[in-house]
Design a protein around this ligand. Structure first.
Ligand SMILES: Nc1nc2c(ncn2[C@@H]2O[C@H](COP(=O)(O)OP(=O)(O)OP(=O)(O)O)[C@@H](O)[C@H]2O)c(=O)[nH]1
Ligand SMILES: [Mg+2]
Length: 484
């Protein structure tokens, strides 16, 4: 992916200059929260803000734990054209109703302003002790579009058709593939046919998604989450079995043109506006889900990470990029939902994600930022205990399964708490990759989705903050140095 070459460098540079100028007064950290669908972005953003403004327990975030953060408040965001992140609604759902947020359907943004006291006398005298943290949330599906940027219509079509015919999700593709077989790509363009094909292709993508495997979801991301572009021509196309774009006026040419429009008017502006200006980045990876889904899910995850990492590689140096383009100097890879396994397994979870990230970074020829890997739970939905099985004491987790979840054939109603032994992760992460370096099929773990935790109330009726695992470590890595 050549993000720095596809963006309009001059426009971008000016935008950055303007952004920098307003920051002379208050420095800003633009934090990218990246992750595939259901990776845990919305929950992470909500929990991070909640803990900072609601007095969370953050011992591993020294600026906060030592009392140097005087205040953290939500302020008007910088971009007027982007909806505000609905923090209040997400917190209410999590804390009052014990419900997780719905899948995100639209981009949104939030600005948190932190007032702090610097540790050094000089800094206290020279700087305001105030910093903005800007965060953007978006549907995870959109991230997959990165992969389209360096594909032609014919290449993308070939891949999509191959996958539909032979890949695991193929069973949903019959209606669309049948239509594909019946059309002549070289015939004159036809709007009704284009809409019909786009609808069948979208239906196929939707049914793969409904199958519950977001990792193997494929682009174009807006077909599933159109945002405000539903029904526009840039979203009305479908792969076609073609070698090239076809003669002028043909169906193939029309579809190829729309594919290019999709890249130009949808994908490129999104990444330019929201990704090219990032200072820090956290990449959330539902590693446990991938491990449980087996080899192809790990391979898909790796491919998605390669595409993501190549996008954030700093572009070829030129005088402009050297001068004003931002450079992400810290990237944190986080294995999310770590509360699904006992803490004794967290090191192993980190080791497995490190291995996946390392391979992805190598393939993307990515270097140049500080990288850390962490297992975390933005909202901790479980406690720990032990269960005894055949006289053996096993480390277990305790939580309330979501309504409809089943364990050993028993269905739950969302009110009953259970203790379970989720299984152990292997000591050696290599076991997930066979001798050819391919991820091997390994599914040992038992997973249940739990309800968000029940929070005690104080005598005054206030709830405690949302519990988490290592959210404070993540904060320290991502912004700690800027509060020194
Ligand atoms: N137990 C537990 N579950 C979590 C945690 N974070 C996320 N989840 C689960 O993962 C699901 C997805 O989390 P979201 O934050 O909505 O994921 P997202 O990345 O915003 O997903 P999209 O909006 O679809 O892109 C939630 O509905 C929860 O079931 C966590 O820290 N602990
Ligand atoms: Mg979301």
């Amino acid at each position: 992916m050549r993000l720095s070459t596809i963006t309009d460098e001059t426009g971008l540079a000016l935008a950055n200059l303007a952004a920098r100028a307003t920051e002379v007064f208050t420095p800003t950290i633009r934090l990218g929260v990246t992750g595939l669908a259901r990776a845990g972005k919305t929950v992470f953003i909500t929990a991070l803000i909640h803990n900072l403004i609601h007095g969370g327990r953050l011992p591993l975030f020294p600026a906060y734990a030592s009392g140097r953060i005087a205040d953290a408040t939500l302020e008007p965001q910088p971009d007027d054209a982007v909806p505000r992140f609905d923090y209040e609604r997400h917190v209410e759902a999590l804390v009052e109703d014990r419900l997780w947020p719905d899948s995100t359907r639209q981009i949104s943004e939030l600005r948190l302003t932190i007032m702090f006291e610097s540790t050094s006398y000089m800094a206290r005298t020279l700087r305001s002790g105030k910093i903005h943290l800007d965060i953007v949330d978006y549907p995870g599906e959109w991230l997959l579009d990165l992969a389209l940027m360096n594909q032609t219509f014919a290449e993308w079509s070939r891949e999509a058709i191959e996958r539909a015919r032979h890949g695991a999700p193929g069973k949903h593709a019959a209606a669309w593939l049948a239509k594909l077989d019946s059309v002549d790509a070289q015939a004159p363009e036809d709007e009704t046919l284009a809409r019909e094909m786009a609808a069948l292709f979208t239906e196929y993508l939707r049914s793969c998604r409904a199958d519950g495997d977001p990792i193997s979801t494929q682009p174009p991301g807006r077909f599933l989450m159109p945002g405000d572009l539903a029904g526009s021509p840039a979203l009305t196309f479908s792969p076609l079995a073609v070698e090239a774009d076809g003669p002028p006026g043909s169906l193939a040419r029309m579809m190829a043109r729309r594919f290019e429009s999709y890249k130009a008017v949808v994908v490129q502006p999104f990444f330019r506006d929201h990704f090219s200006r990032l200072d820090r980045q956290i990449v959330l990876v539902d590693t446990l889900h991938a491990l449980n889904s087996g080899m192809s899910a790990i391979a898909d995850l790796e491919a998605a990470l390669v595409a993501t990492l190549s996008a954030f590689k700093h572009g070829t140096a030129n005088w402009l990029s050297g001068l004003v383009l931002r450079r992400i100097d810290r990237i944190l890879f986080a294995a999310t939902k770590a509360d699904h396994v006992h803490h004794e397994d967290h090191d192993r979870l980190e080791a497995i994600l490190s291995r996946i990230v390392e391979r992805a970074a190598e393939q993307a020829a990515f270097a140049g930022a500080d990288v850390e890997v962490l297992a975390l739970a933005s909202v901790r939905a479980t406690r720990e205990g032990t269960v005894t099985r055949s006289g053996e004491k096993l480390p277990s987790i305790i939580g309330t399964p979501l309504p409809g979840e089943t364990v050993d054939g028993r269905a739950f109603d969302g009110k009953t708490e259970i203790a379970m032994f989720p299984g152990d992760l292997p000591d050696d992460p290599k076991i997930f990759f066979d001798a050819n370096g391919r991820a091997a099929d390994q599914t040992h773990l038992r997973f249940v989705r739990f309800r968000p935790p029940h929070l005690e109330r104080t005598a005054e009726g206030l709830t405690l903050s949302l519990p988490h695992i290592r959210l404070d470590r993540a904060l320290e890595f991502l912004i700690g140095d800027r509060l020194a």
